[in-house]
Design a binder for this molecule. Structure first.
Ligand SMILES: [Mg+2]
Length: 379
């Protein structure tokens, strides 16, 4: 079970449309394929991440710094391998406390994630077990919601209604509606229209991507109090995550944050200071499966649930493996996430609003070699 080789491969793909959220626009769909080869020929191969600016640095960190550390080691010792990667000190040209430190730390945690997730795939294949079984096997299917409601220029309430009808036809359990780009009043109206069209059983949540002041977030929470929202995601701005979220969640709608955290330490502070009901920590950003499962265990001690930001190919197994997992999310719109449709040889099936896991070892998702080669970017 010794690791023979590991390689991170950057994929870069421009999108045909621009997608507009509360605080950002998406113009490309990048991801990283990581391939781990074990002695004996087992190949772990996964994809993850949607990084733009630091994409290449993340890959280089895996290939130049983690590869020499991992080759020759036993893949079953994954906790120790993670610890060694965590303790790598790379000179990013800063002095530890100065400008853009957070970005440098994110490069580090994303690189650990790229390696760790592929190691889990290889480990599962070596043991002949799916990752979700190795994590605890709490369920074999997970409710699935669509991410949508982007506020591209000129979109109307009727456009939104049409989009929701499309999701209902696809048989998903619910939807995450993007908010925060237009006025709070308009967003309450938009959420109201979705609830009206989709019915009471539809899992409706909203995501402001940190675009509101505390006052705006509280105004939304009051105005949407009757809409039975499953959660309010990243309601307040980046600098107010603890105090701001604590005030918003006191109004009754569960608050979901965590996709901006890159370690269990940040999640600990959100939990212990009463700022969160649901953590949507992204294992492809926050140091992989090994760190995510620690966070999930800690969250369970405090009655906090786990979601996951995007990345269904990994999230499905994580959320199925633990007792406090909620639902997996994906982009049913091929224009928004063409990699989801093209990279897996066979994406998971959706039945009665749930994404279904298979019995194949690892993440159970062989990737298309043609797609990897087509979008591979030079390092
Ligand atoms: Mg979000």
């Amino acid at each position: 079970m010794k690791i023979k080789q590991i390689e991170a491969i950057p994929l870069v793909r421009e999108l045909k449309e621009v997608f507009q959220g509360g605080t950002y626009k998406i113009t490309s769909r990048n991801t990283i394929v990581t391939r781990v080869e074990l002695e004996g020929g087992i190949i772990g191969e996964t994809f993850g991440g949607d990084e733009d600016q630091y994409h290449m640095e993340v890959c280089r960190l895996v290939n130049e710094h983690y590869r020499p550390l991992l080759v020759g080691q036993d893949v079953r010792d994954i906790e120790r391998l993670w610890d060694q990667m965590w303790n790598v000190r790379v000179d990013f040209g800063n002095r530890g406390i100065h400008t853009l430190d957070l970005a440098k730390h994110c490069i580090h945690t994303q690189a650990i994630a790229a390696a760790d997730i592929a190691l889990w795939d290889a480990l599962g294949k070596a043991l002949g077990q799916p990752v979700y079984k190795l994590l605890g096997g709490f369920r074999d299917r997970v409710p699935v919601i669509a991410i949508g409601g982007y506020m591209n220029k000129g979109t109307t309430l009727d456009d939104l209604e049409e989009e929701v009808m499309h999701y209902l036809e696809q048989g998903v359990a619910g939807m995450k509606l993007k908010v925060g780009k237009r006025s709070v009043e308009e967003d309450i109206q938009r959420a109201g229209r979705v609830r009206h069209v989709a019915g009471d059983a539809f899992h409706l949540c909203v995501d402001a991507n940190q675009s509101w002041t505390i006052e705006q977030a509280m105004a939304f929470a009051r105005g949407a109090a009757d809409l039975d929202l499953a959660w309010l995601e990243e309601p307040v701005r980046w600098h107010d995550q603890i105090e701001g979220n604590a005030r918003v969640r006191a109004l009754g709608i569960p608050v979901n944050v965590g996709q901006g955290e890159i370690s269990r330490h940040g999640c600990r502070d959100l939990i212990t200071r009463g700022a969160v009901d649901i953590l949507n920590v992204d294992a492809t950003i926050a140091a992989g499966v090994t760190e995510w499962r620690r966070i999930a265990a800690m969250a369970a001690c405090f009655g906090v649930k786990m979601a996951h930001h995007e990345e269904p190919q990994v999230a499905l197994h994580l959320l199925a493996g633990v007792s406090n997992g909620l639902c997996v999310e994906f982009f049913p719109n091929r224009q928004r996430d063409p990699m989801w449709f093209d990279l897996p040889q066979e994406p998971p099936t959706i039945e009665s609003g749930q994404m279904v896991l298979n019995d194949q070892p690892g993440f159970g998702m062989p990737l298309s070699a043609d797609t990897i080669e087509k979008w591979r970017a030079p390092l």
